[in-house]
Design a protein around this ligand. Structure first.
Ligand SMILES: *Cc1c(COP(=O)(O)O)cnc(C)c1O
Length: 421
């Protein structure tokens, strides 16, 4: 594959953008390919190469690229303008749809990104409870804001240390973290700081290190211990919401949180974030209450339109049944390939999320870190040379979409077989 134009563009970009990119994971070594256009399951780069895409914008594109239902709705909206600075009927309609689907949500605040959603949800939970600390899961990702940028850590209940330069220790001293799938550690953390834990925030399925799945009963145990201790349970469904099922992981696993954050999939590729939850918590948000939250692009008419079109399309095309069963068979074929070759690797995932772990099946962050990332990186490059674009990290989830055809999947499986060997 020739990628000369991409190489040249990256040389120039490195002088203009930190690391040559606009978001870190895109900085594929030695240089990323530059996309010219996308359609269905495929990306085409500026050198004319085509890739079957399992990155799917890092999650949002459950319908694939360029889906006509989203495109047509947005184009129609553009005729009427794209930013008003006033309320719209669209936001009322979308709020109604979300509240119908998510039984745990009574009210929503629309923001622009998942980052803003988790930031706002945590603030609301703290404002509601009057407590300061929150518990997150090691390896759980909730966007790139100060208090949530804590990942590494040893002891189960150790106080957070900042993961990023530029985050004062003071800003993360109220961030506690515990391993995933470990209800004892969470219970201990809640008891150790009993009067000061406002919230538990967690991805129901760890999507930013895996996917790593919840053990049987774990999510119910989390619900029970948070309820007993008056701790607000925030499910961060920015990846799983509208993906695992219409009603997200909370529908799929049957768990009722106090608050939910949504994003990615709902916007169909347009920027969106949702803070949702019980009425008594949501009414703390300004201007109804004292917890401040605001944004120029909140409730963007374009994003609201895309969200409405997305929900309509998910229903009409029965998307979840299709992509989830495609995911089941893809995972089982990948497992067979690994067994045939005699590798001790493992296929993880649920619904349309999947990943081959180059090592034992992890049940938490620390276990995932034991995977052979050096081998994964070689494998990733070989797949890319074969025209299969996987997320460029052992710790990013691969996403199937409605647009992936039988032919795409067959080609992908052949490439897995060849390159795993
Ligand atoms: C991507 C992601 C976020 C952040 O969303 P952005 O739109 O990138 O700000 C938050 N939580 C989870 C679980 C995510 O996967």
């Amino acid at each position: 594959m020739g990628t000369e134009k991409s190489r040249k563009l990256f040389d120039e970009a490195k002088k203009l953008l930190p690391g040559g990119v606009s978001s870190p994971v895109r900085a594929i070594k030695p240089y990323p390919f530059y996309t010219k256009r996308a359609n269905g399951s495929k990306l085409t780069d500026i050198d004319g190469n085509e890739y079957i895409d399992y990155v799917m914008g890092y999650g949002p594109l459950l319908l694939g690229h360029n889906h006509p239902a989203i495109k047509e709705a947005v184009i129609k909206q553009l005729d009427d303008g794209w930013l008003y600075g006033t309320p719209t009927e669209l936001e009322v309609s979308l709020a109604n749809e979300i509240i119908k689907i998510y039984k745990s949500i009574d009210m929503v605040r629309f923001v622009s990104t998942g980052t803003e959603a988790t930031m706002g949800a945590l603030r609301a939970a703290r404002g509601f409870t009057g407590k300061n600390k929150f518990i997150k899961i090691e390896g759980g990702f909730h966007g790139a804001h100060d208090a949530a940028l804590v990942k590494a850590g040893s002891g189960a209940t150790t106080l957070g240390t900042p993961d990023s330069a530029g985050v004062p220790k003071d800003f993360t001293k109220n961030t506690l973290q515990v391993p995933y799938n470990d209800i004892e550690a969470m219970t201990e953390a809640i008891e150790a700081y009993k009067d000061d834990v406002a919230a538990v925030i967690m991805e129901p399925v760890l999507g930013n290190i895996g996917p790593i799945l919840p053990k049987k009963g774990y999510l119910n145990d989390v619900r029970a211990v948070t309820k007993e201790n008056d701790v607000v349970l925030i499910l961060d469904e920015v990846i799983t919401g509208f993906r695992l099922a219409m009603g997200g992981a909370q529908e799929y696993y049957g768990i009722t949180p106090d608050m939910t954050t949504l994003g990615k999939i709902l916007g169909g590729g347009f920027h969106i974030g949702v803070i949702g939850g019980k009425r008594e918590i949501m009414e703390k948000i300004s201007p109804a209450g004292p917890v401040y939250q605001a944004g120029t692009f909140n409730g963007s008419p374009v994003s609201m339109t895309a969200g409405l079109a997305m929900i309509k399309t998910l229903k009409k095309e029965k998307v979840h049944g299709k992509v989830n069963s495609a995911g089941d068979s893809l995972r089982s074929e990948l497992s067979d390939i690994i067994t045939d070759i005699g590798l001790d690797y493992n296929v993880s995932g649920v619904g349309s999320m999947f990943k081959v772990f180059f090592g034992d099946m992890p049940s938490n962050y620390q276990e995932a870190l034991k995977c052979d990332t050096a081998k994964f990186n070689v494998f990733f490059k070989k797949m890319l040379d074969d025209g299969i674009f996987l997320p460029p990290s052992q710790f990013e989830t691969n996403f199937l979409s409605l647009a992936h055809s039988k032919d795409d999947i067959e080609k992908t499986l052949k490439a897995y077989q060849r390159n795993l060997k």
